[in-house]
Design a protein around this ligand. Structure first.
Ligand code: HEC
Length: 179
């Protein structure tokens, strides 16, 4: 008994000790964590978007999936320029979907009012936003790589760059959820 008790306390501290790190991400979320902890083995961080933003986020995500689908179909048809165009217009750093993830110029405050995409930047924890930028940036790099693959007649260059995009999709999905 005298050995088990400290062990149990230690285990408890280890489990609960992960809470403050999560809670500091976004103070507004704190009251939701109790529910999250009871949710079972799902240890993804719950990001609290307002309901209409969740809808928008998932819509963006389905468009990401469609874009990826289009890119793979274009690559399979040796249409490297087509694949690059989809990446640039729908996933890349200059695509509309990247607006919410891009960092603001140093020192600039996030706008209190703005488009839905701009507002999403306010709600995303910094590490999630950074993963978003990394994915968009990898998509822009893919567009460049796809054209290089065409020039060098080496499809591998394109597929390797595309796997950098999907690696970031996967990393973010492993770490965060919105509902
Ligand atoms: C910065 C984080 C992030 C990145 C990067 C990201 N996603 Fe997501 N995605 C999410 C979150 C959060 C959800 C919601 C998961 C949940 O709440 O269970 C989601 C959900 C989805 C869904 C489900 C949509 C629905 O209607 O339920 C699809 C499909 C998806 N993502 C595709 C992609 C693809 C493809 C990429 C890469 C090209 C990608 N995502 C990149 C965060 C991200």
């Amino acid at each position: 008994m005298s050995i088990k008790r400290p062990l149990l306390s230690l285990l408890f501290l280890l489990l609960v000790g992960t809470l403050p790190a999560v809670a500091t991400e976004l103070p507004m979320q704190q009251h939701h964590h109790a529910g999250h902890m009871h949710g079972g083995p799902d240890d993804r961080k719950l990001v609290m978007f307002p309901p209409e933003m969740i809808t928008q986020q998932l819509k963006n995500m389905r468009d990401h999936m469609e874009a990826l689908d289009g890119i793979l179909r274009a690559l399979a048809a040796d249409d490297y320029a087509g694949a690059a165009a989809i990446a640039n217009t729908r996933l890349g750093l200059d695509s509309p979907s990247a607006v919410g993830c891009k960092p603001l110029p140093q020192g600039a405050p996030r706008p209190a009012k703005g488009s839905m995409e701009e507002m999403m930047g306010l709600y995303m924890p910094e590490d999630m936003r950074a993963l978003g930028v990394a994915m968009h940036s990898a998509a822009s790099d893919f567009a460049t790589a796809a054209l290089e693959a065409k020039g060098k007649a080496d499809p591998k260059i394109a597929y390797q760059a595309l796997s950098q995009v999907t690696a970031h999709c996967t990393a973010c999905h492993a770490a965060f959820r919105v509902h």
